[in-house]
Each structure stands twice: as structure tokens, then as C-alpha cells.
Design a binder for this molecule. Structure first.
Ligand code: IPM
Ligand code: MN
Length: 359
């Protein structure tokens, strides 16, 4: 298969981790006889520094004409504590999601056996946890009108959802549930928010088209608690933009490190693959960032194009690396490997992973 992949390394640890996933994708192309073409483009603080624009036109154009986008990370501390900044790196990511129509963000979370003891949560609670969060990505409070009153004494963020916006991500979530354990949990705040009531009504109606899927509802405050009290109860979680952002960071504790969590952001025409972690500025250039979230995002890219055997090879290589402790410091405290060494190890495994048994 021939794929044109736009690579947007972004800020902080973004460049060093995407470098590893590109390496792994190249190894996949070699082994399975594909042609993957990579082209880099600027986004985030890196783009503001050079062009005063977090999402240059050329970057958006490249992404639109590519088959997929591999995204690194975004954000820089110089903007975080400056509430008056007019342009922010994060706008680049938000405009990219909107511009590419990426309305569904899919975030799988599972507990790796080897890492169960690493999680601050009790092992017997998280053993067997395996869920996927479907986060709506181009609506809600992230994209509503926002403004600060002229006197600076109040500020407003508007949260709006349409039936259309809810429906398209809901259908994807139901389809995923049909293929998994057939359970879908809608997380909302329908006891307070009008938008949440529209979510419940719309999702309940759509649920009739998926009779095999058991649908239940949780308020987001309770869901946040259930996520760590009893995570194995979840299969597919469907939720709006901001709740999904928050819950997926929380869910990363189950996996043992946020450095392991991958995501796919999909729409009708485009798809982007991005780790759920941020730009981790303190770690930039130190070789301590975990490249696995980016590498597993690359595996989701392969899956997206139906390259299942290829994706399995990448996932199996990751499992093996965890088993063998070839891991960065977030997971392997005593004898850790650098970002690049983990990348090298995984790259090297792609050609032989089928001959290795994991147990
Ligand atoms: C994420 C990030 C982004 C978000 C930020 C960087 C804008 O936290 O992808 O989860 O809030 O969506
Ligand atoms: Mn987030």
C-alpha cells in the first residue's frame, strides 16, 4: 500500500517521540512491502516562533492532501502562564482538528499485566481493565464563543452541541461496542447541563439501531470515581469533548503511564494519530520521554488503513519491550532505556516479532 503521511512533530518532546514512530513505520514498510512517504510540517509553538501562526496554511494543506497525519505534541511553558497571549500553540491543534473535520477521538486504555504493580491503583482493581474512550473532538465548550468582558471582570465560554455532532460520533462508538463487549456508557452531566440532556436523548434514540449493545449512563463526576474504583466495568465510553479530555488523562493511570496511551482522531475525510500526552517540556531533549504512545498511535494508523497484521506486529513488539523491561524511566525506574534506544529496539523487532513468543 502507498501512504502519504504528514508528520507534525510540534513542541517539547514531540520531535523526539515522532522520530521513533517514523522509524517503526519505516520498518513496517520494509517488512510488508509498503511505500510510506513522510513529509514534515510545522505546528504549535515551533510554528509561532517562525511564522507567528500555530497552524500555517501550508501545514493544513499538506495534512489535507495526505492520507494520514502523525502528530507529536503541542504546548510551551512560555504561553501557559501568560493569560494575555494572543496566539497559543494549542490553537494549532484545535484548528487542525476542526480544519480536518476530526470529530471523533478514539483513546484505548488497557492494563498491561507486566505493569499492573506499577500503577498507584490496587492491582486487583485494574487487572483486566480494557476500555476505549470515544471523545467528541470538534464541538462543545472547546469551540464555542469565548470572550472576556472589556472591564476584565468576567469571561465566557459557550458550550453548544447539535444532534448532528452527537450522532456522528455516537454511531462510531456503537459500532465499536458491537465489535467489543457490547456495552456503551454515555458519560454526561444531564442533571445540570442542557447539552448533556440532548446527548442522552440523541444517544438513546440511536441506541435502538444497535439492539445488541447495552447502553447505560453515568454522570461525569461519578464516572471519574468509577474509573479508578472499578475500571473493568467499562467497555466503550462515549462522551463530549471536555469530559473526554479529563477522563482520558485519569484513565491513563490504569495503564501505568500516560506515556503509553495512543489515540486516533478521525473524520469523514481525514485521520490523525496522536499520543494523548502533552509536550512535557521539562523532558525535552533529555531522552527520557516514552515513545510508546506515539508508536502505538502509528499502530492505530496502520489499523485505520486495514493493515491489521502490520498493526499487530507493532503492538506485539511493544508488549515484548514492556515484558523485557526495555522501557523509559516512567516505567523502568532502575535500568531505563533512552527514548531513542526504545525506538531502536522496537524498530529492530518488527522484522522478527512473529517468531518470538511472548510468554
Ligand atoms: C489532548 C490535549 C489537548 C486537548 C490540548 C493540548 C489542547 O490535552 O489532546 O488531550 O485538550 O484536547
Ligand atoms: Mn488532554
Amino acid at each position: 500500500m502507498k501512504l502519504k503521511i504528514a508528520v507534525l512533530p510540534g513542541d517539547g518532546i514531540g520531535p523526539e517521540i515522532t522520530q521513533q514512530s517514523v522509524k517503526v513505520l519505516k520498518a513496517v514498510a520494509d517488512r510488508f512491502d509498503h511505500l510510506f512517504q513522510f513529509e514534515d510540517a510545522l505546528v504549535g509553538a515551533a510554528a509561532i516562533d517562525l511564522l507567528d501562526n500555530p497552524l500555517p496554511e501550508a501545514t493544513l494543506e499538506l495534512c489535507k492532501k495526505s492520507d494520514a497525519v502523525l502528530f507529536g505534541a503541542i504546548g510551551h511553558p512560555k504561553y501557559d502562564n501568560n493569560p494575555d497571549a494572543k496566539v497559543r500553540p494549542e490553537q494549532g491543534l484545535l484548528q487542525l482538528r476542526k480544519g480536518l473535520g476530526l470529530f471523533a477521538n478514539i483513546r484505548p486504555v488497557k492494563a498491561y499485566d507486566k505493569l499492573i504493580e506499577q500503577s498507584p491503583l490496587k492491582a486487583d482493581r485494574i487487572a483486566g481493565a480494557d476500555m476505549v474512550i470515544y471523545r467528541e473532538l470538534t464541538g462543545g465548550i472547546y469551540f464555542g464563543d469565548k470572550f472576556t468582558a472589556e472591564d476584565g471582570q468576567s469571561a465566557t465560554d459557550v458550550c453548544t452541541y447539535s444532534v448532528e455532532e452527537i450522532s456522528r460520533v455516537a454511531h462510531l462508538a456503537f459500532k465499536a461496542a458491537e465489535k467489543r463487549s457490547k456495552k456503551l456508557t454515555l458519560v454526561d452531566k444531564a442533571n445540570v447541563l442542557e447539552t448533556s440532556r440532548l446527548w442522552r436523548k440523541t444517544v438513546t434514540a440511536i441506541g435502538k439501531e444497535y439492539p445488541e449493545v447495552e447502553l447505560d449512563f453515568l454522570f461525569v463526576d461519578n464516572a471519574a470515581m468509577q474509573m479508578i474504583l472499578n475500571p473493568t466495568q467499562f467497555d466503550v465510553i462515549l462522551t463530549e469533548n471536555m469530559f473526554g479530555d479529563i477522563l482520558s488523562d485519569e484513565a491513563s493511570v490504569i495503564g501505568g503511564s500516560i506515556g503509553l496511551l495512543a489515540s486516533a482522531s478521525v473524520g469523514n475525510e481525514n485521520a490523525m494519530f496522536e499520543p494523548i500526552h502533552g509536550s512535557y517540556p521539562q523532558a525535552t531533549g533529555k531522552g527520557i520521554a516514552n515513545p510508546v504512545a506515539s508508536i502505538l498511535s502509528a499502530a492505530m494508523l496502520l489499523e485505520h488503513f486495514g493493515l491489521i497484521e502490520e498493526a499487530e506486529a507493532v503492538k506485539k513488539a511493544v508488549e515484548l519491550s514492556i515484558k523485557l523491561n526495555v522501557c523509559t524511566i516512567d516505567i523502568n525506574k532502575d535500568n531505563h532505556y533512552t527514548t531513542e534506544k526504545v525506538g531502536d529496539f522496537l524498530e529492530g523487532l518488527i522484522s522478527e516479532v512473529d517468531n518470538i513468543s511472548i510468554n
